[in-house]
Design a binder for this molecule. Sequence first.
Ligand SMILES: Nc1nc2c(ncn2[C@@H]2O[C@H](COP(=O)(O)OP(=O)(O)OP(=O)(O)O)[C@@H](O)[C@H]2O)c(=O)[nH]1
Ligand SMILES: [Mg+2]
Length: 305
Amino acid sequence: MKVMMIGHSGAGKTTYIAAMYAVMQSGINGFSIKADKKDLHEQLKLLSDNLQKGYYPNSTDIHSVYKFNLRYNSEDVLPFTWYDYRGGALLQSKRESDEVKDLDKKIRDSNALIVFLDGEKIMRNDYDVQKEYRRTQLFIQRAISNLSDDSIMPISLVITKADTPGMDLNKSPMIRHIERTWEAMTQNEKVVGILSSTVINQNEIVNVHFPFLNSMCFGLKRERDKIEGEINKHVTKGDSLNESANIFDSIWSAIVGEESYKELADKEYNKAKRKIAVYDQLIDRTNRIIDIMQDAVNNGFIFIT
Ligand SMILES: Nc1nc2c(ncn2[C@@H]2O[C@H](COP(=O)(O)OP(=O)(O)OP(=O)(O)O)[C@@H](O)[C@H]2O)c(=O)[nH]1
Ligand SMILES: [Mg+2]
């Protein structure tokens, strides 16, 4: 499972991951995350401790890749990789930069997108801000049009810095850009979108777990589909081994000391059974996340497509 954060320089991506790590370390309704290496844990812990002291992270100069495990009640549920891209790359053109080509490829390869819009700029109406918003819109549209027929893409649109004084989405000159992006997401059945706004400062961290959980929900669904395929294979194999089983098979296998067709078939069924238990757990975890998201919609914390 690969999650990709995109957004212009200063939009708040690295701040987001530091805050998200802090929130998910404490956990939300039994869900938490674990960094795959101690170094990563220490790096993110430092960033999130600094946030609580009022210090924000430095601007990202090269992209960072983080590896985590989603956990439920302290059990690993889903491994995932998280890309934090240098926002500056978004404004470069493909012709002049290999980095943009790499960014495009990473977006195509990722299973979930979290798109950051700088809330501090939302009330401004200058050319640079418009350009940034149009660029972001373009990246989203490109990601949507590259989706294959059978793939679903969670896209979480995040308006950052909702603690900026005077910020009001309804009065924002950027509203039509945001609406256009939202419409493109809503019109495409393959996109499962959410819109939320976040606050990350010394005193509070608000709404950061929703984009994360929206992404994880689809990671769990993908995992579930994969396991379903494996279960079907074990059952089909078990059935075909069973067809070869007869009374002579068991006598013969006892004589030569090999496993009979029936025993081999049972092995396959047992493998299927163990995977069904995992499958059921995945459904349970997915439903729990859906409940959290539904509550958030009901409480007006997020919008969904
Ligand atoms: N008030 C407020 N400021 C924020 C918030 N989130 C981020 N910031 C500010 O935005 C700045 C940039 O945030 P970053 O997380 O570094 O932005 P980025 O998207 O990672 O930028 P690049 O690494 O350059 O791509 C921070 O240094 C903070 O000053 C927020 O929720 N509230
Ligand atoms: Mg950064």
